[in-house]
Ligand binder design. Sequence first.
Ligand code: C5P
Length: 227
Amino acid sequence: MTEAAIPVLTIDGPSGSGKGTISRAVAARLGWHYLDSGALYRAVGVAAGWADLDLDDAGALVRCAFDTDIGFRDSADGEPRVLVNGHDATDELRTETAGAAASAIAAIPEVRSALKERQRVFRQPPGLVADGRDMGTVIFPDAAIKVFLTASAEERAERRYKQLKDKGVSVTLDGLLREILARDARDASRAVAPLRPAEDAVRIDTTGQGIDVVVERVLALVPGRAA
Ligand code: C5P
């Protein structure tokens, strides 16, 4: 199978729009591979933190993006574990600190280039579900199916709050809403690969919608799977 023949379904959207949960569920239902591109940016952010790098030192961050070893390992709960330089950093990756560091380094064009090929290698038979901000616009512009998920900022903050609370992380709803709005603004306004729907993306607003309903709506877009 040539690379172009391997189907890709991209799911982009802002943080808390449900991308991760929906993408993993869709990938599992289709039996396709799954790329959590945000984890790559978070992994570089965490590795930069471990190395005490300055988030303003673009050169050092670009080297870090090239040098950091990032691996994924399946786990029993269906949420893959992420290994950064051989250490299981899954829990650290989920923190808002890692998210903010990822968003800061993701604005550096050379960091994005450094991670480009690392994302494209996930395109393997029988298919790939790719979750991120620029999957449909930059990384897999030829994807056959593109989805852009949205939800109100308030609902996204609440989802994140519940997720983090379940994991025992102490946060406030107000603080999360502020961080989400700041991250949205930074992701949408950066010069390189800003967060925006691909022209051929199907937009799905997940505000007030259950996971199962959204998963079915996405699956209905896959040829041969329409309900
Ligand atoms: O999706 P997640 O919240 O894990 O992503 C963390 C950050 O990484 C985002 O806020 C964004 O700045 C950056 N990112 C990106 N492009 C992607 C995925 C994530 O710029 N494809």
